[in-house]
Design a protein around this ligand. Structure first.
Ligand SMILES: [Zn+2]
Length: 144
């Protein structure tokens, strides 16, 4: 016979940081609904994270602050996908890319109204929140 608990909250002892992390980075979605793409930055060492993380792997702390992905990033690489992962098959072909913002990089998708011929490695692009026809949210890269 096991010990009886009024409230079985033993899982609180497990991975508190991860649990908190999940809740905290969910704010990313709220910000995206407001049209703002965000990352997190460690208040202790200044390391920026995108996608946002709730804990810093360098300091092993959760002392993080949100920051907006604004300004321009440099297109460092892109790839045109002809075959997509499960759930994205309807979208192909589309281009995935990486923008370099200096102290962090953003991985994402090129806006569908930009033809591949217009993409030039090194060009400046912006990251913008985007609503999809099915009500889902994402972000895309656009020309400045
Ligand atoms: Zn840190």
């Amino acid at each position: 016979m096991g010990k009886k608990f009024d409230t079985d909250d033993r899982f609180k002892k497990f991975g508190t940081v991860s649990f908190t992390a999940t809740t905290r980075v969910n704010d990313f979605i709220d910000r995206l609904e407001d049209g703002v793409v965000t990352g997190t930055r460690c208040r202790d060492c200044g390391t920026a994270f995108f996608p946002p993380r709730a804990d810093c792997y360098q300091c092993l702390t959760a002392n993080m602050a949100w920051f907006d992905i604004d300004g321009t990033g440099k297109l460092v690489t892109y790839s045109r996908l002809q075959f997509a992962p499960v759930g994205f098959q309807e979208d192909v072909p589309y281009c995935i890319a990486v923008l370099d913002y200096g102290d962090y990089k953003v991985f994402g998708r090129i806006a569908e109204d930009i033809p591949e011929e217009d993409l030039v490695i090194g060009m400046q692009m912006i990251t913008v929140a985007n609503s999809l026809p099915n009500g889902q949210l994402n972000y895309v890269f656009k020309k400045t």
